[in-house]
Design a protein around this ligand. Structure first.
Ligand code: 5GP
Ligand code: ZN
Length: 115
């Protein structure tokens, strides 16, 4: 199987090969601002190790680290009134980057149900 991480844009960010505004990180995960923010706060949290999506059996410990880092980012960015964490998975959900990522969105009211 081809090494998907070689050409993966989020792996390149994790390796420091392309720039990103990193806001938090730990051993397993890294958080950086989305290039095209959909809310006043829009941060992406990714596992350092490539996994294409939630449907590709991510390591449960790593997945936990991703979610806990999402909560840390929300606290750091002062989202005391709440925030949304979204993991788009597959074409129906509009996943465009095939490296698992959690969106942390906040700083405005979030509509429910989402579009
Ligand atoms: P998806 O639609 O796959 O859930 O979300 C992918 C997200 O990645 C989008 O919100 C898009 O704006 C963001 N994105 C795509 N390319 C880059 C990039 O090179 N740098 C950063 N920081 N965000 C990116
Ligand atoms: Zn990747």
């Amino acid at each position: 199987m081809a090494d998907e991480s070689a050409s993966c844009i989020f792996c390149k960010i994790a390796r420091g090969e392309i720039p990103a505004t990193i806001v938090a990180e730990n051993e397993a995960a890294i958080a950086f601002r989305d290039l095209d923010a959909k809310a006043p706060v829009h941060v992406l949290v990714i596992p350092r190790k490539h996994v294409a999506s939630l449907d590709h059996y991510p390591d449960p410990v790593v997945l936990g680290e991703v979610l806990l880092l999402a909560a840390e980012v929300a606290r750091k960015d002062g989202l005391k009134d709440g925030y949304r964490v979204v993991i788009n998975t597959g074409p129906d959900a509009g996943q465009t980057i095939h490296h698992l990522h959690a969106h942390v969105l906040g700083g405005r009211n979030m509509a429910w149900p989402p579009g």
